[in-house]
Design a protein around this ligand. Structure first.
Ligand SMILES: *[C@@H]1O[C@H](CO)[C@@H](O)[C@H](O)[C@H]1NC(C)=O
Ligand SMILES: *[C@@H]1O[C@H](CO)[C@@H](O)[C@H](O)[C@H]1NC(C)=O
Length: 250
């Protein structure tokens, strides 16, 4: 218990020193989703994901959205943004360039924007950023009405219609939001001497000959298991010994 507490405190210290804030990790379909509770601009968030061999999340289905939605923190305090109060949301890998048509959002594939999303979960009036604007997409973490205390629509000056938790919103990319990164389980091969295979909610390691263990870190030829000067050969999941003349046995 002491050790665990110690590790947790060191981890909190490390994450605070590196400014990542609390992180929630959720596995989904061969990838891990990391929810970062620290506010960054869109570009800062994108860069932060990339420095962790990840990218901003691209939601491809209702099933994926349904996994994500419950992990959005609806208790985040509202922040003042310009003239009105807006909530904090979670950046995702989706944006529209200035000059692109109002619906012409592109999703990230790695570090590049390539695909128009096949699945979308826009809130009511969205996407409604002007053609002239660079706009980035984020998820609303709040239940029900997003605008509070007479917050008005930025562009039309009409009251915000109801929006739902998990619904997608667009805004200036310079706003500071929380963000969600996604990374394939095997993106950074966690298997020491072996190859990584992604499963639905985790991964497994297929070990190279002569290695074992869940992360293939156990070298079956070390320490040298062969006696009397025999040499150790690596075979799948095991080892064999080649004995010197005059010696027999495993
Ligand atoms: C918002 O939702 C409430 C409760 O479902 C409903 O009564 C109200 O009419 C909705 N408002 C708008 C603008 O859609
Ligand atoms: C390795 O091979 C030996 C001899 O065939 C066998 O007894 C042993 O169970 C094997 N070990 C594993 C981990 O398969």
């Amino acid at each position: 218990m002491f050790n665990k507490l110690f590790i947790v405190s060191v981890w909190m210290l490390i994450t605070q020193c590196y400014g990542q804030g609390p992180v929630t990790i959720v596995p989904y379909n061969g990838i891990e989703l990391k929810f970062y509770a620290i506010r960054k601009t869109y570009e800062q968030a994108k860069t932060a994901c990339e420095s962790d061999n990840a990218q901003l999340v691209v939601v491809k289905s209702q099933a994926m959205q349904d996994i994500i939605t419950p992990h959005l923190d609806s208790t985040i305090s509202y922040i003042a943004w310009g003239q009105y109060d807006y909530g904090v949301g979670y950046w995702m890998g989706l944006r529209k360039l200035a000059g692109a048509n109002i619906h012409d959002y592109k999703a990230l594939d790695g570090t590049n924007y390539v695909n128009k999303p096949a699945y979308t979960n826009w809130n009511n009036v969205e996407p409604n950023a002007l053609k002239s604007q660079l706009a980035c997409a984020y998820m609303c973490p709040y239940n029900n009405v997003y605008g509070i205390n007479g917050a008005y629509n930025w562009f039309t000056d009409s009251a915000f219609p109801n929006v739902s938790k998990g619904g997608w919103w667009t805004f200036h990319c310079t706003q500071k939001n929380y963000y969600i990164c996604q990374r394939a389980f095997c993106a950074t091969n966690p298997c020491r001497y072996g190859s990584c295979v992604a499963l639905a909610t985790s991964y497994k390691c297929n070990c190279d000959p002569g290695y074992s263990g869940s992360l293939c870190g156990d070298d079956l030829c070390s320490p040298q298991p062969c006696q009397n000067g025999g040499s150790c050969n690596r075979v799948p999941g095991n080892y064999t010994c080649s004995c010197l003349n005059g010696f027999v046995g495993r």
